[in-house]
Write a protein of this length. Structure first.
Length: 289
């Protein structure tokens, strides 16, 4: 039974649902994270985004199936490997769509998810082929997650959180393009059309600029009197040490270790980054709760 269901589970890419933890961030900073299980709107919103993301992944795989079959890594994806028939896939999509509609009704927070779906359909059909526009579209998707989280919990979404989230997402998306570009250069074949608009020098310079802007904005956030008054502490700057260490570690991974995995895959496996992230979140929790 597991072997029969595994292709359907794999095509959902549940490991990528970790990105949707961003939905809980506004509640965390608004000191309302303890209300998550008392008020299930956030849970429903998280599940809605996760299901919406999975539907987009499936649609994307459907459109790219021929290209994936020529890709050394993606050829093992369920559709590319012909583990799921098109008829079964269509039925699966209908079931997922019905489940998503139910979740959107339960969450009463459909607008950000529908915008996310529309944006990603456009991304699948066209935007992912245009350099810079592709990573911008991905970054807007991350911002939509925190917008959805703020609406679900009824908390104020600050310009700090929007800006830092967008910048961080741009860094991660560009980091993924860097890995893909190096892989393409090694195999003398671009694995996506948008890579023709990038080269290694441009990406390296852009990453330095974006990480620098992210750090500057984060430090401004830490030093803001407005934030200190809202959080009830002027010691938020203590978390900046972990942010700086995390950024340095990221650059070490991509330059010294030449790790070509996506930033999300790196985060899921690198103990150093995980410990730094845990220390940062723990410090935040101790300061504001």
């Amino acid at each position: 039974m597991y072997l029969l269901l595994k292709p359907y589970l794999d095509i959902l890419r549940p490991s990528h649902w970790i990105k949707n933890i961003l939905i809980f961030v506004p509640a965390f900073f608004a000191q309302k994270i303890h209300l998550v299980f008392k008020e299930p709107a956030l849970i429903y919103t998280f599940l809605s985004f996760s299901l919406a993301a999975s539907i987009i992944y499936i649609v994307n795989d459907w459109f790219d199936v021929q290209e994936d079959r020529m890709h050394p890594l993606k050829l093992n994806r369920p559709l590319a490997a012909r583990m799921i028939s098109e008829i079964n896939l269509l039925f699966f999509l209908v079931v997922l769509s019905i489940a998503l509609i139910i979740l959107l009704w339960l969450s009463n927070n459909s607008t950000p998810v529908l915008i996310y779906l529309g944006l990603n359909v456009a991304y699948t059909l066209r935007l992912k082929h245009i350099a810079i526009i592709d990573i911008t579209s991905i970054s807007i998707g991350f911002v939509l997650r925190i917008v959805a989280g703020a609406i679900a919990e009824g908390v104020l979404l600050t310009h700090w959180l929007i800006t830092i989230t967008f910048l961080l997402a741009m860094c991660l998306a560009l980091g993924k393009r860097r890995s893909e570009l190096i892989f393409s250069m090694a195999n003398s074949k671009p694995i996506r059309k948008s890579l023709t608009g990038y080269n290694l020098e441009f990406i390296n310079l852009a990453l330095i600029l974006l990480w620098g802007c992210t750090l500057v904005f984060y430090l401004m956030y830490c030093m803001s009197q407005e934030v200190a008054a809202r959080m009830g502490t002027n010691k938020i700057y203590l978390t900046a040490f972990f942010v700086i260490i995390g950024i340095i570690r990221f650059f070490q991974i991509i330059t010294v270790e030449q790790d070509l995995r996506s930033p999300m895959e790196v985060l899921m496996s690198d103990r150093f980054l995980q410990i730094v992230l845990l220390c940062c979140l723990t410090t935040f929790y101790l300061l504001i709760y």
